[in-house]
Design a protein around this ligand. Structure first.
Ligand code: DOR
Length: 419
């Protein structure tokens, strides 16, 4: 006989509409919201903000020969400790994920090491067999690089056009890294931001969005309000670093703030917040590099900022400071990425995936020595942040006050997957 009891009940959860309910969970899904059902375990949520687990749809988990920067274990522990229960890995790995064999090896590597659930995107270069990668389980294609970046060459316009046509044939999603790079050798953060300037970024977005491509487009990590305004009907993603950091906050040649697209001026950063309602997705572009790799002359340093663990804590602190509301935070970090990718939503209603993070009332600040990424540094040192106390994945408590427990993370293949 099957056990009629639930696995876990979250007691006294404050629902967005103001009601207080008990959330009963069985087999990884919410089965009831109301009075609690009989259960093997329960957790009091009084005094906590209970949010659906976040989907970070833009991370670079490294691994392989880049495991000194990060691997699936350290990167996913970092995700979980930041309230992120699903990550979407980008294909600019070594080797890049442009063949079914490399893609399958990446799925196996993630399956062995990851403590959070994951999806994996496929890369696009000249000659990539796009239908084969779709059948191998690619969640989406990209980030497709319109300009060179760390561990990626820019894709030529004709290659991009034919890739978008191919992706459109099976209703796939193309995710785009839109930038234009002027010639020159940037010596500091300001000249880096000019070389990969806001006008060029917005123009690339405008050209792609206006070209009527036969596939769904998603613009990654747009850095200005004008680039967002140029995106037409495509979905747009923004990172915490473009929302919370400007290059004017840093020393002129601080390589820890070097990222593509670059950080902008303080004025541009503040203007980005005015586009909040148009932003579909907040994703971290978690791109860890070691301190040693960053401790080189500005022009030689790799671009990228680690951020999967600090994304929700910075945003929850912003919510507590009255800068954003809770429904939009949940939408942009969990529900909208789920809908764009076709992953079931996490949430508080029957049938929802039972992934949650519980945020207590005590505020703290970001400190690199509390974080789990192998990068070992953060540009947000001292920023106000609210870290989750408890994280639940698939109905299992996988993280509690700094201690991890095993869960049942899974791979979310794309719709084209043929086992
Ligand atoms: O700054 C960046 N770093 N931008 C990218 O597009 C790639 C990323 C990386 O992988 O390091």
């Amino acid at each position: 006989m099957t056990d009629p009891a639930c696995d876990l009940v979250l007691c006294d959860v404050h629902l967005p509409d103001g009601r207080v309910a008990d959330i009963s969970i069985r087999d990884g899904y919410v089965v009831h919201a109301g009075a609690k059902l009989p259960s093997h375990d329960q957790l009091s949520c009084r005094g906590y903000t209970v949010l659906p687990g976040a989907i970070d749809m833009h991370v670079h988990m490294r691994g392989g020969s880049q495991r000194g920067k990060e691997d699936w274990k350290s990167g996913s522990m970092s995700a979980i400790a930041g309230g992120v229960t699903v990550v979407v890995d980008q294909p600019n790995t070594i080797p890049p994920l442009t063949t079914p064999e490399a893609f399958q090896a990446r799925v196996a590597e993630a399956g062995e090491g990851s403590r959070c659930s994951f999806a994996i995107n496929a890369g696009v270069t000249a000659g990539t067999d796009i239908p084969a990668l779709w059948r191998a389980g690619a969640m989406a294609f990209g980030e497709i690089f319109c300009a060179p970046s760390s561990y990626a060459e820019g894709v030529a316009p004709d290659v991009l056009a034919s890739a978008l046509a191919g992706i459109g044939e099976f209703g796939g999603l193309a995710t785009l890294h839109a930038e234009a790079v002027a010639p020159g050798e940037p010596r500091d953060l300001a000249s880096h931001s000019r070389q990969r300037g806001p006008a060029g970024e917005a123009q690339v977005v405008r050209d792609l969005a206006g070209a009527g491509h036969p596939c769904r487009l998603h613009f990654c990590h747009l850095s200005t309000a004008s680039a967002i305004a140029a995106a037409g009907t495509a979905s747009v993603e923004v990172t915490p670093h473009h929302l919370f950091l400007s290059y004017e906050q840093a020393e002129a040649t601080d390589t820890q703030f070097k990222v593509n697209p670059p950080l902008r001026t303080e004025t541009e950063r503040q203007r980005l917040w005015t586009a909040w309602d148009r932003i579909d997705v907040i994703a971290s572009d978690h791109a860890p590099h070691t301190r040693a790799e960053k401790a080189v002359p500005f022009g030689d340093a790799p671009s990228g900022i680690p951020g999967v663990e600090t994304m929700l804590p910075l945003l929850v602190a912003a919510y507590r400071h009255g800068m954003i509301d809770l429904p939009s935070l949940v939408y942009k970090t969990s529900w909208r990425p789920a809908d764009i990718l076709g992953i079931p939503r996490a949430g508080l209603n029957p049938g929802d995936r039972a992934d949650f993070a519980l945020y207590g009332t005590s505020a703290s600040v970001v400190s690199a020595d509390q974080l789990h990424s192998r990068a070992g540094w953060t540009p947000y040192e001292g920023f106000p942040a609210v870290f989750p106390t408890v994280v639940i994945q698939g109905g299992d408590i996988v993280y509690r006050e700094g201690e991890y427990s095993p869960g049942s993370p899974c791979w979310y293949p794309g719709r084209g997957f043929i086992p």
